[in-house]
Ligand binder design. Structure first.
Ligand code: SAM
Ligand code: SF4
Length: 438
């Protein structure tokens, strides 16, 4: 039995991929340890979307390499999404014994053995269109689970490295998605999130996104279904009506806007205008009452002016998202935006980001405060991070802290009575029938 340690960077997609790697290693007799000083294989799963995340992954790899040097025979590996520059430097300067791209995880056990045996570095980065059919990623949470329905991306957002690091878009066969969903449901998962870079474009040759939702809805035991990410260009009235018609599909959208300036959206190669985006939000809010709406926004894109920033702030104030992931533009090798200028300085982009965060945080607090006095169906997901109580989530994906005798997996009808910091708190609740609607 061989012990491995795995450190993961990046988004929910990468966390899910880590489950895939764990499952592949477990099938080969590897056992995970949380103590790197006891492991024989030290792995870092990288994220190349922003340079900061990539640098952190490389920093961690370096420190694990230091640890490995003290114990002969211990191997280090860099896995996942990495830019070509990073891959080249890790390979040529031998910063890791294994360098394995997102389509090559099946080969991990074999490459570990080869590295042990030959003492040579093993690198496998080919993008082969792998969908990992037949592998059930290890799931750790007792009630919330994820299924990747698509891999890669065909959009060419000018800032984004994902199409280069993960290859072309492909949908997993519906049969496989259903098998993974049933597997999760059998483990007690009630809350399912379908993952892909643009799930609205799902097409396995037979089923589209709405059919996918209908079929996943039919899996017994699954109570709530969400999905991310949705590209605004593909959000249509038909899709919204289908979501509204399926009771298990939650009224929640993660709809990245990126910018409120039409000029910047065009430079980003995001094929919608600010007006089209807000019209879609209005339609979504009409068709899906109590919609939970989150977004991604970026500042400091090349040539962004004070007026472009104002347009973004204006959009944020108009739409009033529940929550936003907010970023400073990060130049990525090989992307179209690399050639655009003039660049916005790091310090100016930092100032703009701070203004954006302050604006959105105020809105998030106000929207949470507006929940006081209203009742919501909550699924209890775990202990609240600070200050006691349990954390539940509404169907529209909004967190609520509950005090009282409740347990993970409980479904409650709870009334929000106040706030703890930014988070709504519920003290009065009643259990909802345990069985998920069929
Ligand atoms: N496919 C999804 C989409 O289109 O919204 C999300 C993919 S990306 C991994 C998540 C978010 O990271 C993007 O929505 C964008 O806001 C941000 N992002 C991507 N590339 C970036 C870059 N070069 N600099 C800063 N943020 C970036
Ligand atoms: Fe990147 Fe755009 Fe694809 Fe999202 S949709 S992964 S931002 S290229």
């Amino acid at each position: 039995m061989s012990g491995y340690y795995l450190q993961v960077y990046g988004c929910q997609m990468n966390q899910h991929e880590a489950g895939l790697v764990r499952s592949i290693l477990a099938a080969d007799g590897f056992q995970e340890t949380h103590d790197p000083s006891r492991a024989e294989l030290l792995l870092v799963m990288a994220c190349a979307v922003r340079s900061h995340a990539e640098e952190r992954a490389l920093g961690r790899l370096k420190s694990l390499r230091g640890l490995a040097r003290k114990r002969p025979g211990v191997l280090t590996g860099l896995l996942g999404c990495m830019s070509a520059d990073v891959r080249d430097s890790v390979v040529t300067e031998r910063k890791a014994d294994l360098v394995i791209g997102p389509d090559q995880y099946r080969r991990l056990p074999e490459l570990v053995r080869a590295a042990r045996h030959t003492k040579d570095q093993q690198a496998a980065g080919e993008l082969t269109g792998e969908n990992y059919d037949g592998i059930y990623p290890e799931a750790r949470h007792p009630v919330c689970g994820t299924v990747t329905v698509m891999r890669g991306c065909d959009c060419r957002c000018s800032y984004c490295v994902v199409p280069l690091t993960r290859g072309p878009e492909r949908s997993k066969q519906l049969k496989q998605v259903l098998a993974e969903t049933e597997h999760l449901a059998a483990r007690g998962i009630q809350d399912l999130t379908l993952l892909g870079q643009n799930v609205l474009a799902y097409d396995d040759g037979r089923a589209d996104f709405t059919q996918l939702l209908r079929e996943v809805s039919a899996v017994a035991g699954i109570r709530r279904i969400r999905f991310l990410t949705s590209h605004p260009k593909d959000l249509t009235k038909r899709v919204l009506e289908k979501i509204a018609a399926l009771p298990k599909v939650c009224p929640a959208l993660h709809l990245p806007v990126q910018s409120g300036s039409d000029r910047i959206l065009e430079l980003m190669n995001r094929p919608y205008t600010r007006q089209e985006y807000s019209d879609k939000v209005r339609l979504a809010r009409t068709l899906l009452p109590d919609l939970g709406l989150t977004t991604d926004v970026m500042v400091g894109f090349p040539s962004e002016t004070e007026q472009d920033l104002e347009d973004t702030l204006d959009l944020v104030k108009e739409v009033r998202f529940d929550f936003a992931y907010m970023f400073r533009f990060s130049q990525r090798p090989g992307t179209a935006a690399e050639k655009l200028g003039p660049k916005v300085s790091e310090s100016e982009a930092g100032r703009r980001l701070a203004v954006l965060i302050e604006t959105q945080n105020r809105i998030t607090r106000e929207r949470n405060h507006d929940m006081i006095g209203r009742s919501f169906e909550l699924l209890i997901e775990g202990a609240a991070s600070k200050g006691g109580g349990m954390l539940g989530r509404t169907r529209s994906n909004r967190p609520v802290v509950v005090y009282g005798d409740v347990f993970i997996g409980d479904v409650l009808e709870a009334k929000v009575t106040g706030m703890r910091g930014w988070t709504p708190v519920a003290e009065h609740f009643a259990a909802v029938a345990a069985a998920a609607p069929s």
